[in-house]
Design a binder for this molecule. Sequence first.
Ligand code: BES
Ligand code: ZN
Length: 622
Amino acid sequence: MRLVSLAVLSALAAPAWAETPFPLNDSRFDVLSFGNPDEVLVNDVRLDLDVDFNRKTLEGTAELALKRIKPKAKDLVLDTRELTIKEVECFCDGRWKRITFDMGTADALLGTPLTVHLPDGVDKVRVHYRTSPKASGLQWLEPVQTAGKKQPFLFSQSQAIHARSWAPLQDSPAVRITYSAHLKTPKNLMAVMSADNSANKERDGDYEFIMPQAIPSYLMAIAVGDLAYQPMAGITGVYAEPSVLAKAAAEFEDTQKMVVATESLFGPYRWGQYDLLILPPSFPYGGMENPRLSFITPTTIAGDKSLVSIIAHELAHSWSGNLVTNATWGDGWLNEGFTSYVENREMEVLYGRERAVMEQVLSLKELNEEFATAEPRFTTMASRPDPAEGEGSQTVPSQYTKGQQFLVYLEQKFGRERFDPFLKGWFDSHAFQSVTTEDFVRYLDENLLQKAPGTVTLEQVRAWIYAPGMPADAPVHESDAFKTVDAQREAWLKGEKKAAELDTGAWIFHQWRYLLATLPAELSLEQMAELDAAFKFTQTGNAELAHAWLKLAIQKGYKPADARLKDYLVQIGRRRLIVPLYEELAKTPEGRARAQAIYRVARPGYHPIAQGTVDKLLGVKA
Ligand code: BES
Ligand code: ZN
């Protein structure tokens, strides 16, 4: 976090990290932030911004409340990225007064440190600034990119280090802030934020928000568009474009039940309201757990609730992530692994053990595939983020699924009667704090391991966390529903039955997904065509199933899916659904040319984050 310490820190940390087999993640330093919260801590942010769709900018002020940790500190260091800083003031002697500042050198990954020279005793500064139309944390959509096609749309995606592209602040998950905002927008649009949205019933181009709970900056979020609101049961509701609203409310009607289930397992929901915001399809993630208002891709609206585990996931972050937050991104498994675990417990309560197990088996299949080719150092749960590697060098499964299975392992070893209260205790005792991996290891040792000596050792725990790959004694899961798929698949492959004769009438999405995940590599084009004729995969409206089928179609050169592939890649911008398809295409020279041709059409519609990934993959210059 300290400006000067970046180089020093990596020099100091390198030998310990490189030489010990299980390096400890106990660093409070965030190598991905320039901020100096150990000297001067920003603890409240007040935004006053004009949302200008013509210029594609946010422009106005950020007022920062400071806590002087080292009273003699002369500078406040903030993170920025492509912000135009016009002026900085302090609130000194009862009035706003101009003070001096320096912009450091821009770093491609981290942005530019903004050093504000503080007069003695100052505890409030105000930064006048404007964002870049290319701000990495914002996407400005043209009307054609929305469902309604008439109004533009703006949304933010701040995780992991993009909040700094739309507000100057100490952009580290170890720093918690309360925030409030005043936004001016075009009169016919509605603005929402990850805050109290109750005042937003009236569309008048003037919006006030307040977030009284202290959150890390990556959870600051904004969206502006032609949005309507529909309350759902209890504390839940949904924002979406008008034409999507009813479908979304029906798909996600179980959200309140998920809240109730999680509360009864792991303690109270502490954020008041829980709403969903359904974004246009270019949203680069499945979901983003912005507090009080999860951002959700429309590709989860499958019509049969088959993909609602994403809602369970984002809701679960209200405990793991938003309430108890990873102190650095190298501790990301504390957010994502815990959340994947809590998500699956919610799914079990709502839809039964069988479905919860199927979801674990499918995640583990993905993990195994990824781990088969990943470099071992990227398959550990915890890591020290390296600015040279970019934001996330761990594979997704190593934080999500491996983290989840580690908690399943503890659950199985200690029993739910011990493990559930332990986990609830972790959330309660660390509420509104940012924590490191070693904080958890200590807590685990004192509150679970030592309570039942001889059950699990600290060494086993550290192996799970710091050693690559999956431990040999990882939990094993079996699904009877998948065994029936195995039987039908084998009958078909052996030629005992035609595809159309298979006994699939009662199958749910997960079984279809499993079928596509377990087809043999040597499948012929005729077999693809037979499956397609029987089950209409090319035209499926389920975005996850379409993804799996299109990936197979690319591998096999199955032409009848070509048009759907192009439509899919042009319409959807969710990274996890599109990037593997581009990767698959890029494996052959012809495929690569096809990928580039499709990407020329698709690129303008993608979010900057997705553009960055695909640019790199296809060697396209931005
Ligand atoms: N917090 C993540 C999204 C994220 C991760 C954004 C890292 C930026 C950097 C969110 O909770 C998430 O995990 N989304 C998943 C869906 C989930 C059901 C696995 C996604 O987007 O695929
Ligand atoms: Zn998550």
